[in-house]
Design a protein around this ligand. Structure first.
Ligand code: Q9C
Ligand code: ZN
Length: 338
């Protein structure tokens, strides 16, 4: 097991998210990763730092194949000295490349939870680079198991509209890179639906996507995540969603996880690589969620996943109790390597 992490996640530290007009403390904070790194080191794992990324070559090519290049260029080139929030959301064609950045931002984002901070680009592109390196370690047969610990998360970032604390879709970077080497399955076990990943691969058959999450009637991202969303065109039947009620326990989650894995591994799919979008916001103590999974269960969850016997990249997504997220991750990582 190789563990990559991105020390420069500290560069991105949003203070506020705005929900129903209320200004709240932002949940996606640097303490999350600091707690995970400390717990992994206490459990005697070696972590390899990915310190920065240059936006060129393969990294740029992969990112611009999964995201709208206009969005990515804009994010890269827009420099702000203050947090940038949108005010007006463009629901038509992307337009207006001049005007105040806060208006331009309305082309590419979906919510008031995902501000651009002065150094968001550096942190986000480094996390994408670490995810690409993880995929390459599998592609080149140097490793069968790689975990990427960093932030910002990625699974709500779609082709051209981002949100939910996510800017670049790290899991999609890994999945798209590996898709040149074999069929890929992405399993998203974050508490929230992986709407960005679903959007990116919705019409593709070479990357199959599956998400287990809170029912969108109740929770973010609200406008996606139903079990009727099954893919389209060549990607028909290559997407599957498991929306769940509040209060899910270990005993209730386990058979759903097994159904998801059976679906991913069915003969029509035959994945050769597995990407796991790991959100630890399914924990019973999570401050913004309502599942009841226990710390010990993450070990069982990972052991169940390892039964697929696939080369695997784990990419960190959500999880907002900064006191227990590290212990939960250590349990997961130990279960995976079993
Ligand atoms: N005050 C991830 O877990 N909810 N994103 C905002 C709560 C947004 C979660 C309302 C949740 C986004 C990666
Ligand atoms: Zn989440």
């Amino acid at each position: 097991m190789t563990i990559l992490y991105t020390p420069n996640h500290h560069l991105h530290h949003p203070q506020h998210e705005i929900f129903n007009g209320e200004v709240l403390a932002h949940a996606e904070v640097p303490d999350r990763v600091d707690n995970m790194v400390a717990a992994l080191q206490a459990a005697e794992y070696d972590l390899e730092a990915v310190n920065e990324a240059t936006y060129e070559g393969q990294l740029q090519a992969v990112i611009e194949q999964i995201h709208d290049p206009r969005y990515v260029h804009w994010l890269q080139q827009t420099s702000v000295t203050e947090p940038l929030y949108p005010s007006v959301f463009n629901h038509g064609e992307t337009a207006l490349v001049h005007g105040h950045p806060s208006i331009q931002w309305g082309n590419f984002c979906t919510d008031l939870f995902t501000p651009i901070m002065p150094q968001t680009w550096s942190a986000a592109v480094t996390m994408a680079e670490a995810s690409l390196q993880a995929a390459e370690l599998l592609a080149s047969h140097q490793q069968r198991l790689v975990t990427v610990v960093g932030r910002p998360p990625g699974h709500h970032a779609g082709k051209s509209r981002v949100g939910g604390y996510c800017y670049l879709n790290n899991a999609a970077v890994a999945a798209h890179h590996l898709s040149a080497h074999g069929r890929v399955a992405v399993l998203d076990v974050d508490y929230h639906h992986g709407n960005g990943t679903q959007d990116i691969f919705y019409e593709r058959a070479d990357v199959i996507t599956c998400s287990i999450h809170a029912h969108p009637d109740r929770k973010f991202p609200y406008f996606a995540g139903l079990d009727t969303e099954i893919g389209t065109g060549p990607g028909l039947n290559c997407n599957r969603n498991f929306p769940l009620p509040a209060g899910i326990t270990d005993q209730e989650y386990q058979p759903i996880l097994e159904s998801a894995l059976a679906w991913l591994a069915q003969p029509q799919h035959q994945p050769e690589y597995l990407i796991i979008s790991l959100g630890l916001d399914t924990h019973e103590s999570d401050p913004i969620a309502d599942f009841q999974l226990t710390t010990a269960y993450y070990r069982q969850m990972a052991t169940t996943l390892s039964d697929l016997h696939l080369p695997t990249v784990v990419v960190l997504e959500g999880g907002y109790n900064t006191k227990v997220i590290g212990e939960n991750l250590v349990n997961f990582v130990q279960g995976l390597a079993n």
